[in-house]
Design a protein around this ligand. Structure first.
Ligand code: NAD
Length: 459
């Protein structure tokens, strides 16, 4: 989109917002209903686009994207009125008589920038939250999943109020142009590198940002747990979407000699899920582009190959791969893997694992396979991460009452359900006090000792 056209689009949305069209609750509910209908009627079209972009199997697309968003939208429609109800808070005695309350007001124009890996879930879930709060929204899907981006542009235009929602397609250039416009909130999901660019641009207009980033989420495995079951859960979470999942276990920390047995179970779990030739499995995805393929292929020479390793650049295929005996200094341990390569780092004690995790940036999630409450307590109190999953990775994203977001380098802010209301609206503080009786007399000068006594007693 040419930048003049883009500015026109932004002004059109802003005028619609300024005219108050997006504020009434029925309008918001109608948008959510439109999203719901779109997901029902065009679910197959979206699944086909996801298949084209990422080789995603349709059941996985429905599970992790289309039905996921539909559940979020349904829950929002159900709870919206109660979530938006003004909330009374206590007014202290020295201000009585009066009432104090919080009003949830929309922010205005929201920009949602999406990544390539779950391009439906990660654009539509924030969009639902922003619309529920009565905002106008510009959605910028990732250019790296072009079929899904095109489908979203077409469908959102047809199912939602086109005066309040616009899709701008394109890459860094389109995003930069959008970042030059004044927005009232920017919701970004993607890499820390681009997150920094977004935060800097937002600072120019003092626009608040939500940053949903990534990082190296560890899966710590202790001896004494059912290693076959742990391996299945790790393999499922890691190799879904060919490892291109922000919440996937990035690497395993095998404690106290569990490494060799865990390796065998991981290889077995991969065979159970994707067969002896994952390249032929309809359930296994592809790497998004050649640049990512090249970055990931370079990891395949590190450590000792437990399983996988096969790759084909033309097909953007990298087999589900497990690497053992990696060193903390290897490249695969230095940067976020974000692909189907699972390194295993062997350490002796939980304290060493905690020290390793704390030496890096705060991860989006920390997973631990353990039966011990003391281990859980130690991890909860001595590490920091966006979320924690005990004995199950990634599934906390499916708990509607839990916020989804990172901390430190893995993100800023959170969303989902009620948490989206906090992100996409402003809690306006309101105090209402009658003019009579004028109980404020006591704070007006000239001060007297009697006034002072009353003031101090009432505080
Ligand atoms: P990315 O940062 O490359 O791209 C994200 C968005 O930013 C895209 O829409 C892209 O067009 C835009 N963009 C790219 N370069 C830009 C630039 N120079 N200026 C302005 N905009 C630019 O991320 P990605 O490759 O699509 O996704 C992978 C990353 O996202 C991983 O780090 C992953 O962990 C993270 N991620 C986080 C979450 C989460 O919810 N926390 C979810 C998915 C992915």
């Amino acid at each position: 989109m040419a930048s003049a056209h883009l500015s026109d689009t932004v002004s059109r949305l802003r005028s619609h917002y300024d005219a108050g069209r997006t504020k009434p609750i029925p309008w918001r509910l109608a948008q959510l209903k439109g999203l719901d209908r779109m997901l029902k009627e065009a679910g197959d079209e979206l699944a086909a686009a996801l298949g084209e972009d990422l080789g995603k199997a349709a059941p996985e697309s429905f599970l992790a994207e289309i039905d996921f968003v539909a559940a979020e939208v349904r829950s929002m429609r159900k709870h919206l009125r109660s979530w938006l109800r003004p909330k009374r808070v206590h007014t202290p005695p020295h201000l009585q008589p009066a009432k104090s309350y919080l009003l949830r007001e929309p922010l205005g124009l929201v920009l949602v920038i999406g990544p390539f890996n779950y391009p439906v879930q990660l654009t539509l879930t924030p969009l639902a939250g922003a619309l529920a709060c009565g905002n106008a929204v510009v959605v910028k899907p990732s250019e790296s999943s072009p079929a899904t981006s095109a489908a979203l542009a077409r469908l959102l235009g047809a199912y939602l109020d086109p005066e309040a929602v616009a899709v701008v397609e394109g890459g860094a250039e389109a995003t930069s142009a959008l970042l030059g416009e004044r927005m009232d909130h920017i919701f970004f999901t993607g890499s820390a590198k681009v997150g920094r660019i977004v935060a800097k641009a937002a600072a120019e207009h003092l626009t608040p940002v939500t940053l949903e980033l990534g990082g190296k989420s560890p899966a710590i495995v202790e001896p004494g747990v059912d290693l076959a079951a742990a391996a299945r859960r790790i393999a499922w979470a890691k190799f879904m979407n060919a490892g291109q999942t922000c919440l996937a276990p990035d690497y395993v920390i095998a404690l106290d000699g569990v490494g060799p047995e865990l390796e065998r179970h991981l290889a077995e779990a991969v065979r159970e899920m994707y067969g002896h030739a994952p390249a032929e499995s309809e359930d296994y995805g592809r790497i998004v582009d050649e640049r990512s393929f090249d970055r990931l292929a370079a990891f395949l020479d590190e450590g000792r190959l437990v399983c996988g390793g096969g790759h084909n650049r033309e097909a953007r295929y990298i087999a589900p791969t497990v690497l053992a005996d990696v060193d903390a200094k290897d490249a695969v341990m230095a940067e976020e893997v974000f692909g189907p390569v699972l390194p295993i780092l062997s350490l002796e004690t939980l304290d060493e694992a905690i020290a390793h995790v704390n030496a890096g940036e705060k991860p989006l999630a920390l997973y631990a396979f353990t039966n011990a409450d003391t281990t859980k307590r130690k991890l909860l109190t001595r590490t920091s991460s966006g979320a924690v999953g005990f004995n199950v990775p990634t599934a906390h994203i499916d708990v509607p009452g839990l916020p989804f977001g990172g901390v430190g380098a893995s993100g800023l802010g959170a969303y989902h359900g009620k948490w989206s209301i906090e992100t996409f609206s402003h809690a306006k503080a309101v105090l209402e006090k009658p003019l009579a009786p004028d109980t404020m007399q006591v704070v007006y000068p000239p001060f007297t000792s009697v006034k002072e006594k009353i003031m101090r007693r009432l505080r």
